[in-house]
Design a protein around this ligand. Structure first.
Ligand code: BG6
Length: 509
C-alpha cells in the first residue's frame, strides 16, 4: 500500500463502455501494483438497476479482457471486487443525490475512507453541468479541513468555444479550479510524457529545437478503425472536435513548449497555455488554404468490403462530418517563428499509428551524392503508439568507392527495456487525480484557448459551401490534396506504411 489518501471514487456512467473497458481495468491494474489507497472504494452510479453483487458480476469480464495484469488469481480479483459498490440514481433528480449522499456516508464509515470523494463524470456531455450542480445542492462539493472533493470530467469538454466557456463557468460556480480535472487521455500516455524527458533531460536536442534547425513538424494520429457503432455520437462531433482540438493540440503543446521552471502542474500548464496563445489564428477566409477535411468512402481492401462513413449505423446519408482532417499552422513566437506545423488525423486509414516527426533542415551546403538521388534531411521520429519509441534518421557513407550517402536509423523501442511495465493512460491519470496532481490534466484556460483556435474552422465549415469535404477510400491515407500539403523540396509526410495492402497489421516505426 502507499501514501495516497484514503478515498472513494464515484463513477457516474458506471454501466457504460468506458467504465468497463478502461476505468475498472485500470483500477484493477493499480490494485495489483498496490498503488491504490489503503482504504479505497469505488461507487458506480448510473440509472440502470444493479445490486453491488450484480454490478461486480457485470464488470468482471471487462477486468479479465482489458486489464494489463492477468486476472488469473481468483482471490485477488475477489478482494478487488469487494471494494466496489453500486448505486442506481436518476442523475437529473436532485432528490436522488440525497440517496447518493447517504450511500456515500455508509460506504465511507464502512471502508474508513476519511470523507474524501472523487466524482468521475463518464456520462453524456449534456450532464457535465447538471451533475456538479446537483452534487453541490447536497453539499457534496465542499472540501473541509484535510478533506478533498474532486471532479474528473471526460471529453469532450465543450462543443465549441462558447459551450466550453459556459461549461467552465458552470463548473466554477460550485467547484474551484484546483478541484477540476479535465481529462485528455493522450496526456496520460507514457510516450507523450516522454516528450518532456526527451527534450529537457538531454543536452543534444534542445539546442536544435527551434526555427534555425527545424524545417517543419508533423504530427499524425492515424486509426485503422472506422466509427463502428459510435456513429450517432461521432456525426455530431467529427475529427476536428474528436481528436484534433484536444489530443493533437495537447501533443503540440508538449512538442513546442518552453522548458517549464519545475515539473509541476502550474508550471507545465502555464507553458502549454503560452503555446496555445501563440497559435497564429486561421481566419474563416483562410480555412480553405490551411485545412483539408475528408470522409471515408466505401472500398474493398484485400477482398474485404469496407463500409463508407455514410453507411455506418447512426450516420445520415447526407452527412458532411469529417472523419479526416489535416491542417497547417504556425506558432508565432521566438522559438517557432516561420516553422510550419502539419497535423493530421483520420479514421479508416491504412494503419494505427500516432507519431511526431521533427523534420530538420538540410545541411547548408550539399557535399555528397545521395544513393537514391533525393537528399533526405535528418528526422527525429517519436512514436506515441504502437511500437512506442524514438528513431533518429541520419546519413552514412555507403562503403566502397566514392562518397555516396545512405539514410540509416538509430532507434530505441520501449519493448527493448526488460521488465519494464508501461502503465495505461487511465492508470496514470486516475492515480494522479487520486494523488491530487493535475499536471497531466488540461486546465480551463488552455482548453478555451484551443477552442478559440479551432472555432473559425468549425464556423467556416458550417457556413461555406466552397470548402469541399473530400472523399477518400477507406484504407488510404486520406484525401489526395493532403499528399502535396507539405512545402519544401523533398519534403513529404512520413507514411508509417504505404497502404493497407503493405500493412499486414505491422506498423513500422
Ligand atoms: C478518443 C476518440 O478520444 O480517442 C476516439 O473519441 C478515438 O474516436 C480515441 O478512437 C483514440 O484513442 P487511442 O488511445 O486509441 O489513440
Amino acid at each position: 500500500m502507499n501514501s495516497t489518501a484514503n478515498q472513494i471514487l464515484v463513477i457516474f456512467g458506471a454501466s457504460g463502455d468506458l467504465t468497463n473497458r478502461k476505468l475498472i481495468p485500470a483500477l484493477y491494474d493499480l490494485y495489483c501494483q498496490e498503488m491504490l489507497p489503503e482504504n479505497f472504494a469505488v461507487l458506480g452510479v448510473s440509472r440502470s438497476e444493479y445490486s453491488d453483487e450484480s454490478f461486480r458480476e457485470k464488470i468482471l469480464p471487462g477486468i479479465k479482457e482489458f486489464a494489463n495484469k492477468k486476472a488469473s488469481q481468483e482471490e485477488k480479483v475477489q478482494d478487488f471486487l469487494d471494494c466496489i459498490f453500486y448505486q442506481s440514481i436518476d442523475t437529473q433528480s436532485v432528490d436522488d443525490y440525497g440517496t447518493l449522499k447517504t450511500r456515500l456516508e455508509e460506504i465511507n464509515a464502512r471502508c474508513k475512507t476519511d470523507g474524501n470523494y472523487i466524482f468521475y463524470l463518464s456520462t453524456p456531455p449534456s450532464l457535465y453541468s447538471v451533475i456538479p450542480s446537483l452534487l453541490a445542492a447536497h453539499g457534496l462539493h465542499k472540501e473541509g479541513k484535510g478533506i478533498f472533493r474532486r471532479l474528473i470530467i471526460e471529453k469532450p469538454f465543450g462543443y465549441d468555444l462558447a459551450s466550453a466557456k459556459t461549461l467552465n463557468k458552470d463548473l466554477l460556480k460550485h467547484f474551484r479550479e484546483h478541484q477540476i480535472y479535465r481529462i485528455d487521455h493522450y496526456l496520460g500516455k507514457e510516450t507523450v510524457q516522454n516528450l518532456l524527458v526527451t527534450r529537457f533531460s538531454n543536452g543534444i536536442f534542445e539546442p536544435l529545437w527551434n526555427s534555425k534547425y527545424i524545417h517543419h513538424v508533423q504530427i499524425t494520429s492515424a486509426e485503422s478503425i472506422g466509427v463502428g457503432d459510435r456513429g450517432g455520437y461521432y456525426d455530431g462531433s467529427g475529427a476536428l472536435r474528436d481528436m484534433l482540438q484536444n489530443h493533437l493540440l495537447q501533443i503540440v503543446g508538449m512538442v513546442a513548449m518552453e522548458p517549464p521552471s519545475v515539473i509541476e502542474a502550474t508550471s507545465i500548464r502555464n507553458e502549454t497555455l503560452k503555446v496555445f496563445q501563440s497559435f497564429r489564428p486561421i481566419t474563416e477566409e483562410e480555412v480553405k488554404d490551411y485545412v483539408i477535411r475528408g470522409q471515408y468512402t466505401e472500398s474493398t481492401v484485400r477482398g474485404e468490403h469496407m463500409k463508407g462513413y455514410r453507411q455506418e449505423k447512426g450516420v445520415p446519408d447526407e452527412s458532411r462530418t469529417p472523419t479526416f482532417v489535416a491542417m497547417k499552422f504556425f506558432i508565432d513566437n521566438w522559438r517557432w517563428g516561420g516553422v510550419p506545423f502539419y497535423i493530421r488525423t483520420g479514421k479508416r486509414l491504412p494503419t494505427r499509428a500516432t507519431e511526431i516527426v521533427i523534420q530538420f533542415k538540410e545541411t547548408p551546403h550539399r557535399l555528397f551524392k545521395d544513393v537514391n538521388g533525393a537528399k533526405k534531411a535528418n528526422q527525429l521520429v517519436i512514436r506515441i503508439q504502437p511500437n512506442e519509441g524514438v528513431k533518429l534518421k541520419f546519413g552514412m557513407k555507403v562503403p566502397g568507392a566514392g562518397f555516396q550517402v545512405e539514410n540509416v536509423d538509430m532507434d530505441f523501442h520501449y519493448s527493448d527495456l526488460q521488465n519494464t511495465y508501461v502503465p495505461s493512460a487511465y492508470e496514470r491519470l486516475l492515480l494522479d487525480a487520486m494523488l491530487g496532481d493535475a499536471t497531466l490534466y488540461a486546465r480551463g484556460d488552455a482548453v478555451e484557448e484551443a477552442w478559440e483556435f479551432v472555432d473559425p474552422i468549425l464556423k467556416a465549415w458550417a457556413t461555406r459551401d466552397d470548402i469541399p469535404v473530400y472523399g477518400y477510400p477507406a484504407g488510404t491515407w486520406g484525401p489526395e490534396p493532403v499528399d502535396s500539403m507539405i512545402e519544401g523540396e523533398n519534403m513529404n509526410w512520413r507514411y508509417p506504411c504505404k497502404n493497407l495492402a503493405d500493412d499486414g497489421n505491422y506498423c513500422e516505426l
